[in-house]
Design a protein around this ligand. Sequence first.
Ligand code: AMP
Length: 454
Amino acid sequence: MIKAVRGTRDLLPPETALWNFVEAAVRDVFRAYNFQEIRTPIFEATELFARGVGEETDIVSKEMYTWDDPPGRFREYVERYRELITALQEGRQLSGGPVPLENLAGQQSLTLRPENTAGVVRAYIQHKLWDRGLNKLYYIGPQFRRERPQKGRYRQFYQIGAEVIGPASAGSESPARDAEVLEMLATLLDRLGIANWNLELNSVGCPSDRVKFNEALRNALEPVKEKMCADCQRRAVTNPLRVFDCKVPEDQPIIEKLPRISQFLDEGCRTHFEAVQAILAKVGVRFSLNDRLVRGLDYYTRTAFEFTHGALGAQNAILGGGRYDGLSEALGGPAAPGIGFAIGEDRLVMSLQEKASAESVLRKPDVYVAPMAGMNGEAARLARELRRNDLVIELGDDSFRLKKSFEAATKAGAKYILIVGENEVKADSFALKNLATGEQVSVPRAELAQRIQG
Ligand code: AMP
């Protein structure tokens, strides 16, 4: 049997109803904040993520699904040259020349997107979205990371994200945007009935703050790094900020004593951060400060945040995000400060399942239409009329005996069964039975939809 690949999974009904429920709420809430949907490709040039996410991040260094397209040409080229060199060294003649260099020309390295911000910002630059006044975009879609699969962590997972991006003249740098995005997220989680969320907030400052902070971290790590895990030893040299990502319990007491970014914020970053907090307090969004929150991605500046949920266990982050004022320029675009987030949809649905079952949001058939012998056509006609009235119809088959139709209707969870026999068609009035109460009435065709809806 061929099974779904490790770290990927099929989302089956009725669970997909929960996913649809979540996505409908997302679209509804985001619309109220005037966000519009963008759909970017699932694969992009590898360079986009190397530059936009950062070569040193775990995502880019270990977790991307990357391939050469078209495949194998580089190897073909190298192997042919090897043959030619060996032949030359051995004084042999080889027929045929080298593989033409042009064969390599069209080849590029491609990658399944591990996140969607880089793609959105690429599209922003490519289509000059600032000219169209498009500065609030959201997406819903799959992302791919080769992580070790476990509960709440998949290799194909889904993110719901949004980005506010634009020239500073459009106010995209303002702390009001940060607060608005955070308030929108609080509204979404409340709307979905996810009560016990916790918003953790930090400012990671600007690049110049981080130069000073990194320096201080390096100095603090120098005498202790030997005692830390292998990852931290490497981080201490290449990118000390990432030490805060460490989850190894033995390292925590050391990390606790390290300097914090909050001590290094310049005047501009500090007032920005205070303004974000003041607006959140004003609109009544609760949060806690966490100055260890540095986020895994290189392009983040100033506000960084995470929403966690107790019920999720080890993988307790439902969503993360922050400001990325330097990203557009890093990708060759104009200065375009921005802020965004990505919700892990898999985890959002998981935290929802704690209270709402998929069954409760699933729309079951209103009516099971049961044709008697030879009545498939008449039944189809009736089903068509009822579906036009926005009713959910499960259509049976005229090979079924009545008993089997009743069983099928019950199994489908239909509210009513509607019997379409020769007599009914002649009278243009149909037997409608409520499967819960057992009440049965004959209803004229013209009144059926209303009767069922009522
Ligand atoms: P990130 O893009 O790493 O900031 O992740 C944002 C959110 O996506 C996290 O808070 C998780 O909820 C979710 N997420 C990230 N990686 C995975 C994964 N491998 N499987 C499921 N959800 C994930």
